[in-house]
Design a protein around this ligand. Sequence first.
Ligand SMILES: *Cc1c(COP(=O)(O)O)cnc(C)c1O
Length: 381
Amino acid sequence: MPQSELTARRRESGAADVGGRVFNFSPGPAVLPLEVLREAQEHLLSLPGVGISVLEISHRSPAFDRILADTLSGLKSLLAVPDTHDILFVQGGASLQFSMVPMNLLRGRKEPADFVVSGTWGGLALKEARREGPVHVAWDGESNKYDRLPSDEELKLSEASSFVHITSNETIQGVQWRREPAVGDRPLVCDCSSDFLSRPIDVSRYGLIYACAQKNAGIAGVTAVIIRKDLLSRSGDTLPTMLDYRTHAKNESRANTPPVFAVYILGLVCRWLSGTIGGLSRMEEINREKASLLYDVIDRSAGFYSGHARPEFRSAMNVTFRLPDENLEKRFVAEAAKRKLVDLKGHRSVGGIRASIYNAMPREGVEALRDFMLEFQRAGG
Ligand SMILES: *Cc1c(COP(=O)(O)O)cnc(C)c1O
């Protein structure tokens, strides 16, 4: 490729200004790789060799057979999913998994499910599990406003538990696990919604991983569930058919009409991650670098910006911080938007600022935000 074209492509990866685009710091649905949007746009009228849009094809067609197989193999190879685990695509978002997980893995059992409540999402998962069976809170970070995660010594796990539930990245508070907690041979269940595909994970350590796609991996409509096959036998026969993991496993995620377009986009994102990015280890490096650009500004601001999470638990995905007062925060959000840095307002339940810098947020966007933060502080807010 000639140098000029390379430069042009690289510039385009910055995303702002292409087609009037801004830098989108939304927590989800969130920014997608420009390359994925371009490909979807190019093939929207007609898939090559098919002559039909992906929006129109039958989920039983050979064209969709290929899309589904590509998406599955893309995920399998990116995450090195072992043969002990099945990958399922379901609908209803991560929120439905708050119910499906305990319906399938807890209903009718005596051993409680242990929950590590590290933020808003972990709390919501616990609330739904209570409806299905005995639960036990192994740790709750509420007294510290969810600014940290527990050490292994702090975790109060049950002697025998049906599973242990964690949230790998708390999207609202901005705290992220760097390693799995020690849970012995209890099945570890993880809501990975907001850091899925942002870094490698050792899938063999998990009984079940679930993640909605619209944060890091694609668009709303599809949720990936990666389940250790032996756990499929726990589901009882009282479950509604579509809420039983076995239904999705037996029918290769096509028991009914799957979200065809969302599966297609997830497949394109997988291809972007393995091809353009070069895999999840590289993605993790890029994400860490992006996050440190912002955390450095926070740490050097002499308290003008105060980060919510304690440094060891800071999320590489959602950078949460406060300014000296709420008026300044409002002005910060408004002035940033004038510079095409949008959706920086923190979640309504916690306030402050949240910059979501998922996989597809280009480094240029984070640099633009960093420069704005420095300038905003210099100007005295
Ligand atoms: C966004 C999010 C959810 C909810 O996802 P839906 O698809 O909207 O149900 C759950 N858990 C975490 C960690 C999230 O970030």
